[in-house]
Design a protein around this ligand. Structure first.
Ligand code: AMO
Length: 440
């Protein structure tokens, strides 16, 4: 009987190829670009992470150049030779080609130039092909580097990875942005965040994290909202105060950026990313931040409960001027604007022991200490006019005992988008979901 044994077949890395100068190799990839010159042609091959320059000459290749088309998938035999003028110091001289598949039509947009020069709408409409562009796909290598950097940090720090349900019975974050649907005769929702479940899991594993999708029925099209985004969540028990959460976040971002710098140099150079300094992050109370914005930018503050997008930008500008930091923690948000699970400050009950992290003018994280006491949580739910019966399964953890705890949620697309200085979060979402976009 035929059996399968577990081996993994992988393509040569670029270093493995480079080590074979003077030899012949077989490689697979897609033809990114063919540039016909006089007497020869450059054939650029796109592979999972790199682009390789090959040279076609009719006297050394046993096939015709006409057999190759851009976006054909091929297996090539080539001779590896030194070439000082090529970026890598070597190139591949093509000998044989097996065409594995050929596109039916040429790409609807030019994808093999430095940038895809079309509107954002068109870029997103043709995402399966526009992502093949060198710069477009590098964005998602960076995203991988950041989320991998976070994950490595969490595991090193003793956080346990969890996967919580995305079909839920109640909204965790309040507000109107819940997607609801019929679940076998009951009303269900798509999870706005893993908030309840990550808190429950603190009672089990003490420190947990999740990197996964969350859903927000945002009705407005803005440059910073998606209807589905990737949330990086952590929750930890036995905290003494919520400074500890901000300390963990500072360390986690520092660690992820260091990992990125070590492992993603090519993408960093290609996208000209300026890695921010994050050794220390300034902290300011919400009220003081509002006062500074009013004073320094002659602005009349109308809402003392929250920032508007312009105020986040102004605050960042001021912090940058004062401290040279591109990040700022804003603490003690008004209780009225924070969800029912947020712990109020015993000294100032109108404020919460919570924070936001603002990075280059945009909120990228919310976090804080949670209520762990059963009676206190019941009281706050009641004060908000919420039905205790709707939160019975959430309250079970409080009823049966919880340590003091807190955590945070970071929007991955927002973080990457700020890192890359993009003016719209959609550029950092692989297949963004907004009010108009359900495909591709
Ligand atoms: P919050 O609702 O503030 O907090 O969300 C946390 C972070 O998620 C990002 N974010 C979004 N990103 C893209 N599109 C959206 N529509 C969107 N909404 C939010 C932001 C934001 O800072 N449970 C709490 C977190 C916690 O306290 O642990 C929560 O979800 O970067």
């Amino acid at each position: 009987m035929k059996t399968i044994i577990g081996i993994t077949k992988k393509s040569y890395t670029i270093e493995e190829i480079a080590s074979q100068i003077g030899g012949e190799i077989w490689i697979c990839g897609s033809i990114y670009r063919i540039r016909r010159m006089s007497g020869f042609a450059f054939v650029i091959i796109r592979r999972s992470r790199d682009f390789i320059q090959c040279v076609y000459q009719s006297d050394t290749a046993d096939f015709s150049l006409d057999e190759l088309a851009e976006e054909s998938c091929v297996r090539l035999k080539a001779f590896l030779r030194r070439e000082a003028r090529s970026k890598r110091g070597w190139e591949l001289l093509l000998l044989k080609a097996e065409v594995l598949s050929r596109p039916k039509e040429p790409s609807p947009v030019v994808i093999n130039h430095k940038e895809v020069n079309v509107s954002m709408e068109k870029l997103l409409d043709y995402r399966p092909v526009t992502l093949r562009n060198e710069r477009e796909r590098a964005v998602f290598r960076i995203e991988e580097g950041i989320s991998n950097g976070f994950r490595r940090f969490f595991i090193k720090q003793g956080f346990k990875e969890i996967h919580t349900p995305k079909i839920v019975s109640a909204g965790a974050e309040g507000g109107a942005n819940l997607f609801s649907f019929d679940y076998f005769g009951k009303k269900a929702y798509l999870a706005q965040s893993p908030q309840f479940y990550k808190q429950m899991m603190v009672g089990v594993f003490e420190r947990v994290f999740e990197i996964g999708p969350v859903f927000r029925a945002e009705k407005h099209d803005t440059s910073r909202h998606l209807n589905e985004y990737t949330s990086v969540d952590l929750e930890m028990g036995y905290i003494e105060n919520f400074d500890e959460i901000m300390q963990v976040e500072t360390a986690m971002i520092l660690s992820a950026l260091e990992f990125l710098q070590n492992q993603y140099q090519e993408e960093i150079e290609l996208l000209q990313i300026q890695i921010p300094d994050v050794k220390e992050i300034p902290v300011i109370r919400f009220r003081e931040a509002k006062e500074q914005i009013a004073q320094n930018f002659c602005r009349i503050i109308t809402d003392w409960n929250d920032f508007d997008p312009e105020e986040e930008k102004l605050l960042s500008k001021w912090i940058w001027r004062e401290t040279g930091s591109e990040f700022v923690f804003v603490t003690h948000y008004p209780s009225a604007k924070r969800p029912f699970y947020a712990m109020d400050d015993p000294k100032e009950p109108e404020e919460t022991l919570s924070f936001d992290l603002i990075f280059r003018g945009l909120e990228v994280t919310t976090g804080g200490q949670r209520i762990h006491d059963f009676e206190m949580q019941k009281e706050k739910l009641k004060k908000r006019g919420l039905q205790l019966s709707d939160f019975e399964s959430y309250l079970m953890m409080h009823r049966y005992g919880m340590p003091p705890h807190g955590g945070l949620g970071l929007g991955l697309e927002r973080f990457v988008s700020r890192l890359l200085n993009q003016d719209n979060i959609r550029y950092s979402a692989l297949f963004p979901r907004d009010t108009h976009r359900l495909t591709p």
